[in-house]
Design a protein around this ligand. Structure first.
Ligand SMILES: NC(=O)c1ccc[n+]([C@@H]2O[C@H](COP(=O)([O-])OP(=O)(O)OC[C@H]3O[C@@H](n4cnc5c(N)ncnc54)[C@H](OP(=O)(O)O)[C@@H]3O)[C@@H](O)[C@H]2O)c1
Length: 238
C-alpha cells in the first residue's frame, strides 16, 4: 500500500492516546478510517465512528458488520486498544486481570478473525500494538506484561498461519516504551509521584511517534514483512 488514499482501515481504541493519533494521521493520508471504541464522540473527525466494546465478542461482530455494510471489505486492521493496570500477580484484582485479558488479548483475536473475513485475496495488513512489556517483564509488569507477551505471540502465530496457507496477508507488532497518554495514569495508580517525576524529567514518546511507525508499516512494499518495531523514548533504560 504505497499510497493510503482510499484504503479501508479499522483502528481499535481510536478515542484516545495512540489510537487517536493513528486515526488522525490515516485520515490525513486519505484513508477511509473506522474508529472502534466505546467513547465514539472522541474519535477524530473524518473517521467513521463505530461503537464497539472489545470485551464483548457480540459487539465486535456487530462493529465489523457495520464496516462490511458500509464498505464491503477492509484492507487493514490496527489492533491498538488496550488496558493497563500494574497490580501484582500475587494479590492483584482478578476482575481487572479478566478485563485486561478480554480487551488486550481475546478482543484482539475476535477483531482479527472478523477483519480477516473482510480482507481481499490480494492481502490485508494487521498491526498489533504490544509493548516493551511484551519483550521483558519490568518490576511493575504484573498481569499487564503477560497480556502483551501474548499479543506478540499472536502476531507470530498469525504470520506462520498466513505463510503456511499461502495467504498474502501481513502482520506486524509495534512495541512502544512509555508513551505520554492517559493509559499511564491507570498504570501508575498509587505511584502518582513517580509518574509526575517521569513526565517532568524524561522525554516520553508521543502518540504521533507511534502513528508514524504504523504509517511506515502500512506503506512498506508488499514483499517486505516487518515483524516488530520497538520504540523507546531516548533515555528509557529497560
Ligand atoms: N501509553 C503507553 O506508555 C503504552 C506503552 C506501550 C504500549 N501501549 C499500548 O498502546 C495501546 C494504546 O494505549 P494508549 O496509551 O493510547 O491508551 P489510552 O489513551 O488509555 O487509550 C486506550 C484506548 O483503548 C480503548 N479501549 C479500552 N477498553 C476498551 C474496550 N472495552 N472496548 C473498546 N475499546 C477499549 C479506549 O477506548 P474507549 O474507552 O473509548 O472504549 C481508548 O481509545 C494499548 O494497547 C497499550 O497497551 C501503551
Amino acid at each position: 500500500m504505497a499510497n493510503l488514499a482510499g484504503t479501508r482501515i479499522a483502528v481499535t481504541g481510536a478515542s484516545s492516546g495512540i489510537g487517536k493519533a493513528i486515526t488522525r494521521l490515516l485520515v490525513k493520508e486519505g484513508a477511509m478510517v473506522f474508529g472502534l471504541c466505546r467513547t465514539i464522540g472522541e474519535v477524530p473527525e473524518g473517521a467513521a465512528r463505530v461503537s464497539c466494546d472489545l470485551s464483548q465478542p457480540k459487539r465486535i461482530e456487530q462493529a465489523f458488520e457495520t464496516i462490511a455494510a458500509a464498505e464491503g471489505g477492509l484492507d487493514a486492521l490496527i489492533n491498538n486498544a488496550g488496558l493497563a493496570w500494574s497490580e501484582r500477580v500475587c494479590d492483584g484484582d482478578l476482575e481487572r486481570f479478566a478485563q485486561m485479558w478480554q480487551v488486550n488479548v481475546h478482543g484482539l483475536v475476535v477483531a482479527t478473525q472478523r477483519a480477516l473475513a473482510l480482507f481481499p485475496e490480494s492481502g490485508g495488513r494487521i498491526i498489533n500494538v504490544s509493548s516493551m512489556s511484551g519483550h521483558r517483564v519490568p518490576p511493575s509488569g504484573g498481569f499487564y506484561a503477560p497480556t502483551k507477551f501474548a499479543v506478540r505471540a499472536l502476531t507470530e502465530s498469525l504470520r506462520c498461519e498466513f505463510a503456511s496457507e499461502g495467504l498474502l496477508h501481513q502482520v506486524a507488532t509495534i512495541s512502544p516504551g512509555f508513551v505520554d497518554t492517559p493509559l499511564l495514569d491507570r498504570y501508575f495508580e498509587g505511584r502518582e509521584a513517580d509518574l509526575e517525576q517521569m513526565r517532568e524529567c524524561t522525554p516520553m514518546l508521543q502518540p504521533d511517534d507511534i502513528a508514524e511507525a504504523v504509517h511506515s508499516i502500512l506503506t512498506a512494499p508488499p514483499h517486505v514483512n516487518i515483524g516488530d518495531i520497538q520504540l523507546r523514548p531516548a533515555g528509557q533504560q529497560a
